[in-house]
Design a protein around this ligand. Sequence first.
Ligand code: 13P
Length: 265
Amino acid sequence: MASRRPYVGGNWKMNLDRNGAVALCRDLAQETLTLDAIQIAIFPAFVHLDAAHATLALAKSNVMLGAQDVYPEPDGAFTGEISIAMVQDFGANHVLVGHSERRHVIGEPEPLIRQKTRALIEAGMTCVLCIGETLDQRESGDTNAINESQLRSALRNLTIDDPQRLVIAYEPVWAIGTGRTATPDDAQDAHKHIRAVLADLFDENTANAIRIIYGGSVKPDNAAELFSQPDIDGGLIGGASLKPNDFLSICTAAQETSRAEGVST
Ligand code: 13P
């Protein structure tokens, strides 16, 4: 895994009430203090960011806070949208962009994903750009082509000064919330191709420094094998991130993989 620090994100999606979000933050804050070889971020719903921030700060937690989306414009007449400055104000420094549920359920178009990615990088935020193919696309043998076109579209003409602030989440749509996971070999193949595209878009050193994480039914019993692949630098976790013990086991698997591979922290 070269010297990339593993990244584990918990995407809480549209789940939990305020008390549930605070309780989960409390559990995670206590149990993650020794997981210092990895970067952990949680992505609660917007309305829970304030409470999550306060809870993590009180516990002096290393867990980073993220938002599930933002709008690229700084302010103005965009009813229902939330700006980058607004989420920063609530202590969120990481943001998901282009999640498959936004692409396929909400219908978010690629030009908007590109604008969001650019705005986040320019604001110095950590942008977790999500890409991945549908089942039909996989069955037609188009996995790499789809990943490549989503990457090239979102990252077009982008310059990045700090490769730590761009994380690519490869999430095959058919594996999200279904209990079906890409095999470690299939995921590794996709990640390797993604890294080659990043090298073409930026340069070899930058591509080698960008974390590429896997998402789609990651669980405690498959995390270690996925994370031990050379181009898989952690995971983006949905359902299992709502269960503190499961999420902590997955984080521990990432920490152990990084220790085994001698990642400097
Ligand atoms: P699951 O882990 O529930 O499959 O969700 C993955 C995901 O969409 C994370 O963003």
